[in-house]
Design a protein around this ligand. Sequence first.
Ligand SMILES: CC(=O)N[C@H](C=O)[C@@H](O)[C@H](O)[C@H](O)CO
Ligand SMILES: CC(=O)C(=O)O
Length: 289
Amino acid sequence: MKGIFTALINSFDEKGNINEQGLREIVRYNIDVSQVDGLYVNGSTGENFMLSAEEKKKVFKIVKDEAGDEVDLIAQVGALNIFEAKDLAAYVTDLGYDALSAVTPFYYKFDFEEIKDYYNSILEDVDNQMLIYSIPALTGVNMDLKQFGELFENEKITGVKFTAPDFFLLERLRHAYPEKLIFSGFDEMLLPASVYGIDGAIGSTFNVNGKRAKGILKAVHEGDLGEARKLQKESNDLITAILDNGLYQTIKELLKVKGVDAGYCRKPMKKPGDEQIESAKEIGRTLLD
Ligand SMILES: CC(=O)N[C@H](C=O)[C@@H](O)[C@H](O)[C@H](O)CO
Ligand SMILES: CC(=O)C(=O)O
């Protein structure tokens, strides 16, 4: 498993219900047009933490049904309800997902022993591999090199989705665990992460910018830093504009311009206003290829 994985956006109708046809179109766009290497399903970008367990299953099923075996599929199953996380892990494994991922448990200030027990419990009854989903900015959970090492002692934990602007730790992890998979998580820092020898990247903006992201990885592998910097600069012009205009709403509006029924976000996320939609269209005209 390697390369560019889209953190899949979800599609809801105006009432907030999952829009199955829209979700299928998002999957197709990523596979057919962006030609990404894989999809990361029900992550932050999929608005996972606002879904019921039944809705998460529905999303997992639709995406697998649409994508089949065309690309690698990673299922984010992390949940504070450990029974739910275990049930989802079993469910997606039966569906044929290539890997699990689980966000570090958040909200309560779990200590490291508790975090370790969470991962080992999710994995105890399931025959699948797991990528730890580390995103300290959203969870408040920071782990050091030694703690990652302790988690990696479980052989089913084959890697990490590393969403932190900490290149010191990234380099130490890469050096210490050459056999583990490291996926970087900040799209705007893909180039520097690539230089440290990541296996790939998982990100929200790849829903619309997958091709450039693939180009950055390729250029770095070929040692063409000039090309990599050009593509990262173009990507960051786009990412800056997306972040300024509202991350998920803008990605959805950009997909709509491409003919994909990406729908709306679920409350409490806002519906985009007219001005926001106009700016998204302008971003599409000027910063997307
Ligand atoms: C919090 C969040 O959504 N993180 C994503 C993945 O980890 C990234 O893809 C960012 O959305 C992206 O880099 C924009 O900052
Ligand atoms: C953004 C991201 O990586 C996620 O959807 O979890």
